[in-house]
Design a protein around this ligand. Structure first.
Ligand SMILES: [Ca+2]
Length: 280
């Protein structure tokens, strides 16, 4: 473990580079690639090398996937997370040039060039190329990507896909997928999402509800009830005319007792002359 200090704050980072408590849900899962490069009897890869927990970016570390460059098929890689998950972030370590002893920025360039145009997606299928709606990052192909990529995704799926519709070559040494199975968040994905999140789905890093709150609740985690005088989905409905100091139900808008003079209905939102009785 390593650490560093900023004023008033100690930050701890595990050896794998992930902030404490974050989970790499790709580690040691099943992975597959469009092809695997082999030469003189030596096979580089296979795809399992990108989920072996070793980020060594040099070929002589024997922990990278290389696809076969003598084929015409475009390069892709997918990781099966095993179940539907919320992927918060994808971190990817590309191959560097030379070895640990001989590396240099100049030697990295050829490998970074091959990475141009790559895409990242989270999908419920392994269809290639992935649907545009599943893509969470696509490199524009103009500049030269950096060796290490860290892209926010926040999408739901079972498969994390790395692909390149520009080339048949892919040289990836590790993919870390930061997320949690659907319905969980927090340290080691041990906390269930709030009951008031729509679909009980939340972001792995902070528990924020992904699709808003069920009726009657508000806030990022949908913990707070609607402010007094409001109710319903997104708390965007205004209560009717409950009698006295009564407040309406924060979920349904119903008044607990009678209506103010001149109103009727469960929500006391219909004008009714002098009728003070709630009508069902
Ligand atoms: Ca590796």
């Amino acid at each position: 473990m390593c650490c560093w200090l900023v004023p008033g704050l100690l930050i701890l980072v595990l050896n794998n580079g992930l902030a404490h408590g974050q989970v790499n849900i790709a580690l040691n899962h099943t992975a597959s690639s469009s092809s695997v490069f082999s030469e003189n009897g030596n096979t580089y890869g296979p795809a399992s090398k990108v989920v072996d927990g070793n980020r060594d970016p040099f070929l002589n570390g024997f922990s990278c996937l290389l696809t076969e460059r003598r084929v015409t098929s475009l390069a892709w890689l997918y990781i099966d997370l095993g179940n539907m998950s919320v992927v918060h972030r994808i971190e990817m370590t590309n191959r560097r040039g030379g070895s640990n002893a001989t590396s240099s920025a100049a030697k990295d360039k050829a490998h970074r060039d091959k990475l141009k145009g790559f895409g990242m997606a989270v999908s419920s299928t392994t269809t290639m190329p992935p649907s545009q709606s599943d893509v969470c990052y696509k490199h524009p192909g103009t500049d030269r990507p950096t060796v290490f990529q860290n892209r926010t995704c926040n999408q739901i799926g079972r498969y994390v896909i790395i692909y390149n519709d520009r080339t048949n070559e892919m040289e990836i040494c590790e993919v870390d997928v930061i997320g949690c199975p659907v319905g969980y968040h927090g340290k080691n994905c041990s906390l269930p999402c709030g009951d008031h999140c729509v679909g009980a789905q939340c972001l792995p890093n902070n528990g924020s509800c992904m699709f808003g709150c069920i009726q009657g609740f508000r806030g990022d985690r949908c913990i707070k009830e609607c402010n007094e005088g409001t109710y319903g989905w997104n708390c965007n409905q205004t209560c009717g005319n409950c009698s006295g100091s009564d407040v309406c139900d924060h979920e349904t808008g119903d008044c607990p007792g009678t209506c103010s003079n001149g109103y009727k209905g469960q929500k006391c939102d219909h004008a009714n002359g002098s009728n003070r009785t709630k009508v069902y």
